[in-house]
Write a protein that binds this ligand. Structure first.
Ligand SMILES: Nc1ncnc2c1ncn2[C@@H]1O[C@H](COP(=O)(O)OP(=O)(O)OP(=O)(O)O)[C@@H](O)[C@H]1O
Length: 262
């Protein structure tokens, strides 16, 4: 029997009003689910609504209508303690690792920020080191392929790839149920992108994480995902298991996105 969904999104819509011109309907009636341990890919060109969806799931913005549930618990309108609890369960790795890190903090302090916000949380994989903050930071860095020598460096002393590894270490540190990977490789050199995807895949298996993997790059999406959603102008126009990406049944827009790999 299939497990019940970790995340359920039901008819989500969001419109932005703009100073000039017509309002922008960023999301229209978007529905999907993610099961535990699954990587769901979300692909679409710039402006299709991918980041809007991730902001709604992170409770950074509110939808105009529709519902989101994590383990059956509604996310809409949460405040206070309930919002805090959900934020712990849904973490994110953003596109730009430089913007995600506080420039004035050494890496070991940055990597501990989520755990410092939740002092009562000890994910099982950190149980042996949690009482010691530097050991906890060192273990997190090790898990993403960084070294103890990186603990005391500042963001400007790391490469883009190393900074993204720090951002990933933060993203996994609370062992969230869902990690949203919002274009996590698009700021990196092509040579580093595959390395970063392999790291994310390994961590997913190791910690039993579920991912919403957002990208405009069909090759990364195909490599990472069990199932794929295709978004165009705020709507989901196609969804399928990733091994059916090249099927003749695909939506015309999916065929356009995959033309380069056909
Ligand atoms: N705060 C905002 N105010 C007005 N319009 C917005 C706002 N945020 C997003 N939009 C518009 O909503 C639509 C969807 O934007 P969104 O950033 O979600 O797309 P995206 O698929 O993530 O694009 P990209 O890949 O370029 O990040 C776009 O037309 C965008 O211009």
């Amino acid at each position: 029997m299939e497990s019940s969904p970790l995340l359920t999104v039901n008819r989500l819509s969001k419109t932005y009003s703009t100073a000039k011109g017509a309002p922008v309907q960023a999301l229209q009636d978007v529905s999907f689910h993610i099961r535990k341990g699954e990587c769901l890919g979300l692909v679409g060109e710039s402006g299709s609504g991918k980041s809007t969806l991730s902001r709604l799931l992170l409770s950074l913005e509110r939808p105009d209508s529709g519902e989101m549930y994590v383990h059956g618990v509604p996310l809409n309108g949460l405040t206070g303690k309930a919002l805090r609890e959900t934020r712990k369960q849904v973490q994110v790795v953003f596109q730009d690792p430089h913007a995600a890190l506080n420039q004035r903090l050494p890496i070991w302090r940055s990597v501990l920020e989520p755990l410092d916000n939740y002092p009562d949380v000890t994910p099982p994989f950190l149980a042996d080191v949690r009482p010691n903050r530097r050991e906890t930071a060192a273990k997190l860095l090790e898990m993403v392929g960084l070294l103890p020598e990186h603990l005391d460096r500042y963001p400007h002393e790391l490469s883009g790839g190393q900074k993204q590894r720090v951002a990933i270490a933060r993203g996994i540190s609370l062992r969230p149920d869902l990690l949203i990977c919002d274009e996590p490789t698009s700021c990196l050199d092509v040579s580093l992108q595959a390395q970063m995807l392999r790291l994310l895949k390994r961590l997913q298996r190791q910690l039993g994480l579920s991912y919403l993997f957002i990208s405009h790059d069909i090759v990364s999406i195909r490599m990472m995902s069990d199932r794929i959603l295709v978004m165009q102008e705020g709507r989901i126009v196609d969804q399928f298991p990733s091994d059916q990406i090249l099927s003749e049944e695909r939506h015309l827009y999916t065929k356009q996105l995959t033309a380069a790999v056909r």
